[in-house]
Design a protein around this ligand. Sequence first.
Ligand code: FAD
Ligand code: SF4
Length: 331
Amino acid sequence: MPADTGFDYVRAADTAHALTLLDTPGAKPIAGGTDLVTLLRSGVDRTPLLVDLAALRGQAVRVEPRPPLGGPGIVLDALARMADVAADGWVRATYPVIAQALELSASPQVRNLGTVAGNLAQRTRCPYFRAEAPTPCAKRSPGSGCAARRGVQRGTAVFTADPDCVATHPSDLAVALAALDAEVLVESRAGERTIPVTEFYRPDAETVLRQGDLVTAVAVPPVAAGSRSAYLKVRERASFEFALVSCAAEVVLDGCVIRSARLAVGGVAGHPWRLTEAESALVGLELGAPAVRSAIDTAFAAADPLPGAVFKVELAARAAVRALRAAGSHR
Ligand SMILES: Cc1cc2nc3c(=O)[nH]c(=O)nc-3n(C[C@H](O)[C@H](O)[C@H](O)COP(=O)(O)OP(=O)(O)OC[C@H]3O[C@@H](n4cnc5c(N)ncnc54)[C@H](O)[C@@H]3O)c2cc1C
Ligand code: SF4
């Protein structure tokens, strides 16, 4: 740790204890520590108090009836390890897109420590944000500018809603959960709230969590009968690498014809990007038809990439077509 980084560490006994501790200004929860410890070591993140959540771990995956939605959905414990969720039989059978997104994340060692909430709340991998030497970065030092705009742009967003920051969010799991319309359950001393994963991130790739908030679970609704899903990740090397772009697809077919489709793309924005326009345009098309690509292109019409990220628009559109077809052929 940097010489001037001193902080207290408390292991919370239960949720109420954690919530009290997290009300301390600057206090942060720590779960697996696979992201937070790196940021504390490099001095990017600073906190006066680390609140260890280890004692709060519950059952990794709960299958829950959801009337009137039909079949059961699942609830992922915030402290569930990525590896345990990926290995769960119900997840693999009903929501393969979740298991695949997790298995394509990080390494077995990280997945054995990393948790669901920690994965969703991990911070951007923008190299300028994580640099040890001082670098212009509005996220680290408001008003200092953005080194990525004049530097390496491969990892930057192609849909940008924030004039100060073009970072993307690195979570693969978030992309799968966004396609499934999952919700994040958050508790604080003020009460509980439910945040759709699609609204959990700000345009600058930070979350909407506030001081005192604790993610307690993620609820994934039931899928329709006949639902199939898949996750496709494009990266610079075959393993242990973050996504350049990725796509989570969930589809219900009538023979070869698309009855409904949900698509979310990663690596193109500060949050998982739902291809909503494409989802409606896809209904009624044959899965293998050339018109599928045209339908997907409608969702990229508003893309506005920096010069070094222009290639990501084509890459993401191709990834979406491939993910959709992979989902359609997955049983
Ligand atoms: C080498 C390497 C490669 C990686 N590759 C990938 C990849 O390909 N895909 C991918 O998705 N991820 C990848 N990761 C990221 C990894 O998945 C995350 O570091 C991990 O999921 C974080 O979980 P954690 O429990 O360790 O979080 P921690 O490090 O403990 O915490 C991360 C953040 O979440 C907050 N937090 C934790 N729990 C809660 C809670 N209950 N409520 C509110 N806030 C909370 C913490 O305060 C902190 O800000 C990689 C990491 C490494 C080190
Ligand atoms: S993209 Fe965002 S995180 Fe990266 S340097 Fe610019 S302001 Fe910082």
